[in-house]
Design a protein around this ligand. Structure first.
Ligand code: GLU
Length: 469
């Protein structure tokens, strides 16, 4: 027997941005397909015309691209596939597995209220089920569901799930305006696209028996189902906006690396021993649905920040410079030569947790209008330091190559001659060069700035101190 080729799908509804929960679902489907050499399909479920927007669809696609979740087919748009759904409905009608229902919304509402008043579950009572009615204005098409027995499936995560068919009423497949319903579209699509595994949030678990009944009526074997537990915030309530930014693009804009977010996402419900960090290849090699737990995953922003800081440190200067460029651009820093940007990045890497922080820290190198931190200005930019800064500037001007080692020699000699400690000149100089009292190592900073800029900044601080006298 040849092994079945695995086909998964991610079918977001474009009614909003791609959020953490959706991204995790996409990732699990993508990983499962990649793990098994299968196919991963993107489908946009835009049948709800009133709530779906092109912008949301675009933002979802952009989020997937940013995360590197590439798809092998699609994006399919449900709004362009009505023929497929209608063919399935017509087939069910022709085979007597679906029927036209003429009950008006008002009548149904009356029946629902009456059932509720008697303490019964409000479900369709099957009035039109066996009347053999044809289509009529305002009529809908319903599935003739089995009246007795059970519908069951073995969820790959939750185990066996069974529901009595008496709980389920004859669901609508085609609305009175002729449009197919959500369940009908999903099933027809999943069949058409050859989906073998449906991996989705467990908020869909109640939809599954209904969808299985449509498969059964169409005489098509059902796919495997894996319902992934929900995601909680650190306070153990369902993850929501209260817990911080929710959209993938917001995390991108806050300066997270896609790989850090991927690692945080995969750990929401899945684990592989105690391992916290995975390369893309490791994820593909080790991902399995057996290791998706039954309990909810907890999204922890602190952990994501830590992870991001680690990945920033591990990324090459060259790659980071590329990633940082749009963030610099956003704060008006443009046209920095690649070599200088890489050198700057190397000094900022150990101290930046996000690309936004890094861009902000990089400002000191490239922003010529550098302002001095007020407290430091008062404390360190005082007339006593003028002779030191003037003398050091003279030495820097004439020294040989402008490297960290050479700078160290120049400073050591100067401090020795004057009998002073580095700290007496370090803070004034740091303020002169960066505007701040905390920065990467002084010599590193000087090398990134280059000799001319260092001298220019010292000159500027000299005039600033003079002006205070
Ligand atoms: N469009 C549905 C959603 O965004 C997904 C349905 C499914 O996975 O079957 O929740």
């Amino acid at each position: 027997m040849t092994e079945q080729k695995i086909v998964t799908r991610f079918p977001p509804s474009p009614t909003g941005y791609l959020h953490i929960g959706g991204a995790r679902t996409a990732l699990f489907n993508w990983l499962f397909a990649r793990r098994h050499g299968g196919t991963f399909i993107l489908r946009i479920e835009d049948t709800d015309q009133a709530r779906s927007t092109d912008e949301a669809a675009q933002a979802i696609i952009e989020s997937m691209q940013w995360l590197g979740l590439d798809w092998d087919a699609g994006p399919y748009f449900q709004s362009r596939r009505y023929d497929l759904y209608n063919r399935a409905i017509d087939q069910l009608l022709a085979e007597g597995k679906a029927y036209h229902c003429h009950c008006s919304p008002e009548l149904l509402e009356e029946k629902r209220s009456a059932a509720k008043a008697r303490g019964l579950k409000p479900k369709y009572d099957g009035t039109c089920r066996d009347l053999g009615l044809g289509p009529a204005p305002g009529s809908v098409v319903r599935l003739k569901c089995p009246a007795t027995g059970t519908t069951h499936f073995d969820d790959l995560i939750k185990g066996p799930i069974r529901i009595s068919n008496e709980e389920l009423d004859d669901l609508i497949l085609r609305r009175s305006d002729g449009s197919p319903t959500y369940h009908m579209a999903v099933v027809a699509d999943d069949i058409d696209l050859g989906i073998t595994h449906v991996i989705r949030g467990d908020d869909h678990v109640n939809n599954t028996p209904r969808q299985i009944q449509i498969y059964n009526a169409l005489g098509v074997p059902t796919p495997y189902y894996a319902h992934v537990p929900m995601i909680l915030g650190p306070d153990k309530t369902r993850l929501s906006k209260r817990h911080g930014a929710m959209s993938v693009l917001a995390y991108r804009d806050m300066g997270y690396l896609p790989h850090a977010l991927l690692n945080a996402l995969v750990r929401l419900g899945w684990s592989h021993g105690d391992q916290e960090k995975f390369t893309r290849e490791e994820l593909i090699e080790t991902f399995s649905l057996e290791n998706v737990g039954k309990s909810a995953g907890v999204f922890n922003l602190e952990k994501l920040i830590d992870l991001n800081a680690q990945y920033i440190r591990e990324t090459s200067d060259q790659d980071l410079a590329g990633l940082l460029a749009p963030f610099l651009d956003a704060i008006g820093i443009r046209g920095v030569p690649a070599r200088q940007l890489e050198a700057a990045v190397a000094t900022l890497k150990p101290r930046s947790r996000t690309l936004v922080e890094m861009a902000d820290a990089a400002r000191m190198y490239f922003d010529e209008t550098l302002a001095y931190e007020e407290k430091g200005d008062k404390k360190f930019l005082v007339p006593e330091v003028l002779p030191h800064l003037e003398d050091l500037a003279r030495r820097l001007k004439v020294m040989g190559t402008f490297t960290e080692a050479a700078l160290e020699d120049v400073f050591r000699a100067y401090l020795g001659e004057r009998g002073i400690k580095l700290k007496e000149v370090a803070q004034p100089l740091r303020l002169a060069l960066t505007g701040r009292t905390a920065s990467p190592g002084l010599f590193e900073v000087m090398v990134v700035l280059g000799r001319d800029e260092v001298l220019r900044r010292i000159d500027r601080v000299l005039r600033h101190i003079e002006a205070k006298r």
